[in-house]
Design a protein around this ligand. Structure first.
Ligand code: ADP
Ligand code: MG
Length: 459
């Protein structure tokens, strides 16, 4: 049969939109949004998925519904074939030759060379200034970040932003990246957490690829954004490496922005000379947002996610969750998910009912049991499945994720975790943890899924 050219992409979009109304936004963005229409060949609609998990998950859970919806829309059945396309690494190493032959590539001409790592890819699309709600608590940091992104390298260098967990540091840091890329699309913006800086530093030593590593941060970099510098503490060699990178970039007037959970002086295991560098520029703090700012953040988030949020529910949440914006967002995502599942509107009573354990639980206390329950709900499996020996990927993947989160978010030992997953061996937990971490490194989808889950868990 001949291939048909009609507005099939729109049909695809419409068909998946019909799912959007039936699923929680979290599930939708984890499993459906990553799929995209490729082409229609005969009666076969080809769709791409970023990885095998998404492909299998979609096929097992939603394929039939979408197929029916498409049939309804076009008036005839179409088969859906899902291809897995390997997603690119978030921040690939510069190719060795290029790294070595692109001579001191730092003038603006260097930008004519295609960027080594597509800079936007390592940035969360939502973390832009436009989505950042400004209030007295964060006004200073926001204004400084904005200034720096308007005149990179010229005003405050480095800009050092510090504040407690979940208050918007990473959001602001990446907003700087987006804004600079909007102005200078060819610039190379390197966003990296200091944890990753350390890990990649170690592997570059192991693989004897130090030159490439250096080139990536010193030559192939117009703007350096380093998140959570506190992880550098006690990692002397990495600090040393970072110190030189810092100096090189600073001399070239390349903008550097750093975030931390504390002011430089309160980071005891950070080298003095590095700390003194941080004082060269501007140090800005982010504080816990006031009630009004919390309400405004919730409303903005609801607007972005298309969640119907009344003022009284926003006030209720803002009154009850005070010290962490991430928790605030997590509560909203959770409400939206449950309101979807149960098809009922989000009222204050509903919020009170759904969030009881979140509001009354010991803050910071995340138990393995809670992780299992949230992960099970998220992936649409049962807690029993997670504890079972069952091997299908639709179960083993959520199980690995739950083990990884238990390792990350609780202080339980490997064998304790194994015990709570139906008496599994500690090596099983270890290998699940390792597997998820490895996937995280290069799979943006999985990373997003985990970010959503951590938000739901209030991290
Ligand atoms: P941190 O890095 O300080 O731990 P994040 O930047 O990850 O915090 O912020 C946690 C969540 O809260 C993110 O989803 C972020 O978008 C959101 N957030 C924090 N502050 C604001 C704000 N002022 N306006 C909108 N969203 C915010
Ligand atoms: Mg952060």
């Amino acid at each position: 049969m001949e291939s048909t050219v009609c507005s099939i992409p729109t049909v695809w979009d419409q068909a998946i939109q019909s799912l959007a109304t039936k699923m929680s936004p979290g599930l939708f963005s984890a499993w459906i949004q990553p799929l995209s229409f490729v082409e229609l060949v005969g009666d076969e609609l080809i769709v791409s998925a970023p990885n095998r998990y998404t492909q299998e998950w979609f096929t097992d859970n939603y394929l039939q519904t979408v197929q029916q919806e498409i049939e309804r829309l076009v008036g005839r059945p179409l088969r859906i074939r899902i291809q897995v396309v390997d997603s690119p690494l978030p921040a690939p190493d510069p190719g060795p030759k290029e790294a070595l032959t692109v001579a001191p590539a730092r003038s603006s001409e260097a930008s004519l060379v295609p960027p080594v790592a597509p800079s936007r890819e390592s940035l969360n699309d939502r973390y832009r200034f436009g989505n950042f709600v400004v209030g007295p608590s964060n006004q200073f940091a926001q204004a400084a970040a904005k200034l720096v992104s308007e005149e990179p390298g010229r005003k405050y260098n480095p800009l050092f932003i510090y504040g407690g967990t979940g208050l918007g540091k990473t959001h602001l840091l990446q907003a700087v990246g987006h804004a600079i890329l909007d102005q200078h699309p060819t610039w190379k913006v390197q966003f990296i957490t200091s944890e990753r800086f350390v890990n990649e530093f170690i592997s570059s030593i192991r693989l004897k690829r130090m030159d490439e590593y250096r080139a990536r941060f010193r030559d192939h970099c117009d703007v350096l954004l380093v998140d959570d510098i506190q992880f550098f503490q006690g990692k002397d060699l990495s600090q040393e490496e970072f110190f030189h990178t810092f100096n090189t970039l600073h001399e070239l007037h390349k903008q550097i922005v750093i975030t931390s959970d504390k002011v430089p002086n309160q980071l005891p295991d950070l080298e003095e000379r590095l700390k003194s560098r941080f004082h060269w520029g501007l140090i800005a703090d982010i504080l816990v947002p006031e009630f009004e700012t919390r309400v405004a953040i919730l409303q903005r988030k609801a607007e972005l996610d298309g969640i119907d949020l009344s003022d009284d529910v926003a006030y209720y949440l803002a009154q009850n969750i005070q010290s962490n914006v991430r928790e605030l967002e997590g509560a909203l995502i959770r409400l939206a998910a449950f309101s979807n599942l149960r098809s009922c509107p989000i009222t204050v009573e509903f919020a009170r009912d759904i969030l009881t354990h979140l509001l009354t639980r010991n803050r910071g206390q995340i138990t393995i049991d809670r992780i299992q329950r949230e992960v099970a709900t998220f992936f649409n499996v049962t807690q029993k499945d997670l504890k079972s020996q069952r091997r299908p990927r639709a179960i083993s993947y959520p199980r690995q994720v739950a083990m990884y989160l238990s390792r990350k978010l609780t202080s339980a030992s490997l064998s304790e975790i194994g015990q709570q997953f139906g008496g599994k061996d500690h090596t099983t937990v270890l290998s699940a943890d390792r597997k998820v971490r490895q996937t995280l490194e290069h799979d943006d989808e999985v990373r997003q899924t985990l970010e959503t889950l951590e938000k739901i868990l209030g991290r």
